[in-house]
Design a protein around this ligand. Structure first.
Ligand code: FES
Length: 133
C-alpha cells in the first residue's frame, strides 16, 4: 500500500547558480509562491506575500539577515520571519537544503499556519498617526 504523500517533503525549486547575491527570486513550492534569497553561500526562504499590502517579497533585498520589502520598506528578520517594522507581522519560513546545485525547500509547519490575512484585524486597527518611528 502506498503511503500518503508527505507535504513536508523537500522539493527541488531552483538551481543555486540562478541566484544573485543579496537578491530574491520567486519560486513555486507545490503551487505556493515562495521568495528565496541568497546571502553569500546561505539561502533563505519565506512566503512571497508581504503581510502589509501583499507585495512580492522576492522583489526585495536581503542585507545582514534582514529582508526589506521593496514596496514600503517593512523589514523582516530572515532567521525568525518576524517583522522589525510592525511586531505583529510575520513571514512564514521554509527550510532550505542545498544538494549540489539544487535548492530544495520544505515548509516549517507551525509557521505555515500564519496566513497574512490572519493579521487583517491588526492591520485595520493600525493607526499610522500614532506611529512614533
Ligand atoms: S507591501 Fe510590503 S511594506 Fe508595504
Amino acid at each position: 500500500m502506498a503511503e500518503a504523500a508527505d507535504d513536508r517533503t523537500f522539493t527541488r525549486v531552483a538551481a543555486v547558480d540562478e541566484f544573485h547575491n543579496d537578491r530574491g527570486r520567486m519560486v513555486y513550492y507545490h503551487g505556493t509562491k515562495v521568495a528565496v534569497f541568497r546571502q553569500g553561500e546561505s539561502f533563505f526562504a519565506v512566503n512571497d506575500r508581504c503581510p502589509h499590502m501583499g507585495a512580492a517579497m522576492s522583489g526585495g533585498r536581503i542585507t545582514n539577515g534582514v529582508i526589506r520589502c521593496h514596496m514600503h520598506g517593512w523589514e523582516f528578520d530572515v532567521t525568525t520571519g518576524e517583522c522589525k517594522t510592525k511586531h505583529w507581522a510575520k513571514l512564514p519560513r521554509y527550510e532550505v537544503r542545498i544538494e549540489g546545485n539544487d535548492i530544495l525547500l520544505r515548509p516549517i509547519l507551525d509557521e505555515q499556519a500564519t496566513n497574512p490575512d490572519d493579521d487583517l484585524d491588526s492591520f485595520m486597527a493600525w493607526d499610522p498617526s500614532k506611529e512614533t518611528s
